[in-house]
Design a protein around this ligand. Structure first.
Ligand SMILES: *[C@@H]1O[C@H](CO)[C@@H](O)[C@H](O)[C@H]1NC(C)=O
Ligand SMILES: *[C@@H]1O[C@H](CO)[C@@H](O)[C@H](O)[C@H]1NC(C)=O
Ligand SMILES: *[C@@H]1O[C@H](CO)[C@@H](O)[C@H](O)[C@H]1NC(C)=O
Ligand SMILES: *[C@@H]1O[C@H](CO)[C@@H](O)[C@H](O)[C@H]1NC(C)=O
Ligand SMILES: *[C@@H]1O[C@H](CO)[C@@H](O)[C@H](O)[C@H]1NC(C)=O
Ligand SMILES: *[C@@H]1O[C@H](CO)[C@@H](O)[C@H](O)[C@H]1NC(C)=O
Ligand SMILES: *[C@@H]1O[C@H](CO)[C@@H](O)[C@H](O)[C@H]1NC(C)=O
Ligand SMILES: *[C@@H]1O[C@H](CO)[C@@H](O)[C@H](O)[C@H]1NC(C)=O
Ligand SMILES: *[C@@H]1O[C@H](CO)[C@@H](O)[C@H](O)[C@H]1NC(C)=O
Length: 777
């Protein structure tokens, strides 16, 4: 829809360029510079590092890929500059929030972003969700007309007048619709004997009732509450045979018959299902000969009757689940009996996790308005975002939400406590691996609302100088691209004029009977290209490598010259891996390095035989640091201070718990006992050096001395009693938990086959129930 707007006319409003690379890019780094100059082609160059840029002037003498500072001789018009990550928000994509009565409701801001993304450099952007006041609500009332639900219909005679008031409290823009259902009219779901067929209630009641039906849609969405209530009150009761009903069939039609039902495009959509029975699902229909798998075809006729109830099987839970998500519809199950409540709760936790809400309906159904209210707020309070991508192979997306509005972004795409205030989310996009195309369009969507944020992503790292139609070099054996002849294999030179005969290896051998490049590299056009860590004209030299495989521990620590490392920046050792500093070899300034019991090598003590510890301070029976310093620590604790001095060194003392102390210091434990008032306190402590400061971490555990013993044993007895009680409760809970597990199993089967819509055969016998008995229960 935005593509009709000429890009030039768009006033771009650059909101944030909070690119990490921009602030911390250090293109002067030698390693980065050498990375750039190794790149032979333009695209490669831009993708190698954000610091690398390309000069496509064919007369340029230096390396065409280089950091910008070193390309100053390149004409400015012939620079292919690396685009830094950035986010631009055009004016049309930053419309202000509106409320629910606006023509176009806006709850997400911004709505459109241009994102420029380079490989491996994360880019953040932030968007805000602000729930609109009076956001439209479409509430579909799906009545269960089985006899046992009689009461919930008549309740509308009394609560009818409250309904508009109560709904207005939620939103002024509500619409209501009504439909009712029973079950497939066929054995074994329905009594087919002639007398009961017409009046199924005759079995258990003198009251007349209607012949059963699967689903009838009575009233499409309307603002007219009176008609809605009238339709409900005028509905007649009917009855079926088993304890399960055809609600899923009804829900399926409500979801797929968009036009007949009249769902609004932008609205919160809720189906309210008051019920006291369980749900027939895929496979059950086979018993009545309904074998076809239902699909998304609407099966309602012009009167709203289900046209082919006995042709199609019941839908599966998975099918309904997928449709609810796709159509962004939620369900409130208002359930009458306690036992069934558990069934619907497990159904909701297992399957309809974000789209379902369960509440207990009172026997006389008078709390139905309260349930609508609770269900509505349950859905309104949660937002859950996702990115709708089809080709996201290389794009990594992370959501961070500030759900508590404290400015703290936790990694989550959902908030469950949204009130009327705006909530901010940060999205971090990272392109992992080279881009496979120039651009992409993705959408940030919310699970329930019909709005989205468009991300117009441009992958940087593609040179446009490919299309440059200026003066060209006459490449003899190659193509001219971005100011350079890209030579075919075996050709080299500025114009690819030089044939490097791959058979001529003589210049790659140090002697006539030697190996080509000493078997440590390839001979390319008469020159050795060595595999690291080898170097030299014939790859005959090899510099020491550090443990992580870097030659001379990497360019920041040493240079490889022939077969020796020349260390720089305060490093030493043959592979330049050692820092010259000895700071970690003693705890205190006055101390000898390694307590005089070892050598400081690579800033680490190597202790003489019989000594151990970070500072070689311990022998078998003695830790000299403990002996020497414990007095200082004791004095500090007794005088309540947390700094002390030993010589010129400041010691900071911190009381921590046992676990923390053990995790921070290893085997540097000291122990002493002090007396404070009535207590005898054991002090365990340890020392560590951090950023040049000396820290002692202490843990104090005190016991009261005699006189308090009687009190203590009383407390122990009390604790035992409490413990026994807790154990008893835990046992009871476990029993209930096992019972619930039993009920879960059926649904786990369903949810396990989420993507498999094939009917699942279920044993009918276990679920059959006599409605008479149910009534007597
Ligand atoms: C870039 O220029 C600096 C300063 O002129 C120089 O020290 C450095 O070696 C150059 N780097 C490359 C890769 O040419
Ligand atoms: C993006 O935002 C998250 C959450 O605030 C933060 O942890 C991360 O460092 C940010 N990344 C960048 C590249 O700014
Ligand atoms: C649904 O199924 C019927 C037959 O079972 C078929 O005629 C119809 O094309 C199907 N519709 C869709 C949308 O698949
Ligand atoms: C519904 O409205 C009535 C009257 O306006 C009020 O007494 C009742 O508390 C409301 N119920 C709910 C659940 O809001
Ligand atoms: C993603 O967006 C496209 C285009 O709007 C839509 O057809 C598709 O259903 C969406 N997919 C999901 C999973 O929401
Ligand atoms: C965010 O993360 C912190 C630390 O992990 C945690 O303490 C806090 O409860 C989290 N906040 C939310 C809203 O999840
Ligand atoms: C989307 O990004 C492309 C560049 O990849 C740009 O040409 C186009 O103008 C952008 N679309 C809009 C509507 O800004
Ligand atoms: C323990 O250390 C102290 C103080 O350094 C020292 O005087 C003493 O001789 C040591 N004891 C043993 C048994 O090594
Ligand atoms: C603790 O000991 C382990 C192994 O003995 C060692 O690798 C680690 O560096 C030590 N930690 C501290 C804080 O001394």
């Amino acid at each position: 829809m935005y593509h009709n707007i000429p890009p030039l006319l768009l006033l771009l409003l650059v909101i944030s360029v909070d690119c990490q690379s921009a602030s911390t890019l250090k293109c002067t780094d030698v390693a980065i510079q050498s990375l750039c100059i190794d790149q032979e082609a333009c695209d490669q160059c831009l993708q190698a590092h954000p610091c690398c840029n390309w000069c496509y002037d064919q007369n340029y003498d230096g390396r065409q890929c280089n950091v910008l500072e070193n390309l100053s001789a390149c004409p400015e018009t012939k620079l292919e500059l690396n685009t830094e990550n950035k986010v631009e928000i055009p004016e049309f994509g930053n419309q202000p929030f509106t409320d629910g009565s606006a023509k176009e409701i806006i709850q997400l801001r911004p709505q459109f972003l241009n994102v420029y993304l380079a490989k491996d450099i994360p880019q953040n952007f932030t968007f805000t969700y602000k729930p609109a006041k009076n956001y439209p609500l479409d509430l579909y009332y799906l009545g269960d007309l089985s006899a046992s639900m009689m009461a919930h219909l008549s309740v509308f005679k009394t609560i009818g007048a409250d309904l508009p008031n109560n709904l207005t409290q939620l939103t002024e823009n509500y619409k209501l619709a009504y439909g009712s259902f029973l079950d497939k009219v066929a054995m074994p779901f329905y009594l087919m004997a002639p007398d009961t067929y017409n009046n199924p209630c005759s079995v258990f009641s003198s009251e007349e009732c209607e012949t059963g039906y699967l689903f009838k849609h009575w009233l499409g969405f309307t603002k007219d509450t009176d008609t809605f209530i009238k339709k409900i009150i005028n509905s007649k009761i009917t009855a079926n045979l088993d304890d399960l009903d055809g609600a899923l069939d009804a829900i399926l039609q409500i979801l797929v018959c968009d036009k007949k039902i009249g769902w609004s495009k932008n609205s919160r959509k809720i189906i309210l299902l008051p019920t006291d029975s369980l749900l027939h699902s895929a496979g059950d229909g086979i018993l009545a000969g309904a074998v076809l798998k239902p699909n998304r075809t609407c099966l309602l006729d012009d009167e709203g009757n289900h046209m082919s109830p006995l042709t199609y099987d019941y839908p599966s839970f998975a099918q309904i689940h997928a449709l609810l998500n796709e159509k962004k519809v939620n369900i409130i199950f208002a359930v009458k009996t306690q036992r069934k409540l558990e069934y619907y709760k497990s159904l909701t936790t297992e399957l309809f996790k974000d789209s379902g809400f369960v509440g207990e309906l009172e026997e006389d159904a008078t709390n139905i308005l309260e349930l609508i209210n609770k269900g509505y707020y349950n859905f309104v309070r949660q937002v859950k975002f996702f990115i709708n991508t089809t080709s996201s192979e290389n794009l990594d997306v992370k959501f961070f939400g500030d759900c508590d509005r404290l400015g703290i972004f936790n990694e989550t795409s959902a908030c469950y406590n949204v009130e009327n205030e705006p909530v901010d989310f940060t999205v971090q996009l990272t392109l992992k691996g080279p881009p496979t195309k120039l651009s992409d369009v993705f959408y940030v969507e919310e699970r329930n609302i019909n709005e989205r944020i468009t991300l117009n992503i441009t992958y940087t790292g593609h040179c446009s100088c490919d299309n440059y139609d200026g003066e060209e070099l006459e490449c003899l054996n190659g193509d001219f691209r971005c100011g350079k002849c890209m030579c075919q294999e075996e050709w080299t030179g500025k114009l690819c004029e030089e044939n490097c005969d791959s058979k001529d290896f003589s210049s790659c051998k140090s002697s006539s009977d030697g190996y080509i490049c000493n078997r440590n590299g390839d001979c390319i056009c008469g020159k050795c290209s060595c595999n690291p860590p080898f170097n030299g004209q014939y790859c005959q030299y090899r510099c020491p490598t550090s443990k992580d495989g870097q030659v001379c521990s990497g360019p920041a620590q040493g240079k490889c010259i022939e077969d020796k490392c020349e260390c720089i920046n305060d490093f030493e050792y043959e592979d330049c891996s050692c820092s010259k500093s000895k700071s970690r070899c003693k705890l205190f300034e006055e101390m000898e390095f390694c307590s005089g019991n070892g050598n400081c090598v690579c800033n680490q003590c190597r202790c003489n035989a019989g000594f151990s510890g970070q500072f070689c301070e311990s022998n078998k029976e003695n830790n000299t640091l403990c002996e020497e310093y414990i007095k200082v620590i004791e004095d500090a604790i007794l005088s309540g201070t947390n700094t002390a001095y030993k010589g010129t060194t400041k010691i900071s003392i911190q009381e921590v718990n046992e676990d923390k102390r053990k995790s921070l210091c290893n085997d540097t434990e000291c122990e002493t006992v002090i007396y404070q008032g009535n207590s005898r306190c054991t002090i365990k402590c340890c020392y560590l050096k951090q950023d040049g400061d000396v820290h002692w971490l202490t843990t104090k555990s005190c016991v009261l001395t005699a006189g308090f013993a009687a009190l203590t044993s009383g407390i122990v007895a009390l604790a035992l009693v409490l413990l026994a009680g807790a154990f008893f409760i835990a046992c009871a809970k476990y029993r209930i938990y096992r019972l619930e597990q039993e009920e879960y199993r059926k649904f786990q089967n369903e949810s396990g086959t989420l993507h498999e819509m094939n009917p699942i055969y279920k044993d009918p016998v276990s679920t059959y129930r006599n409605p008479m008995r149910e009534k007597n229960d």
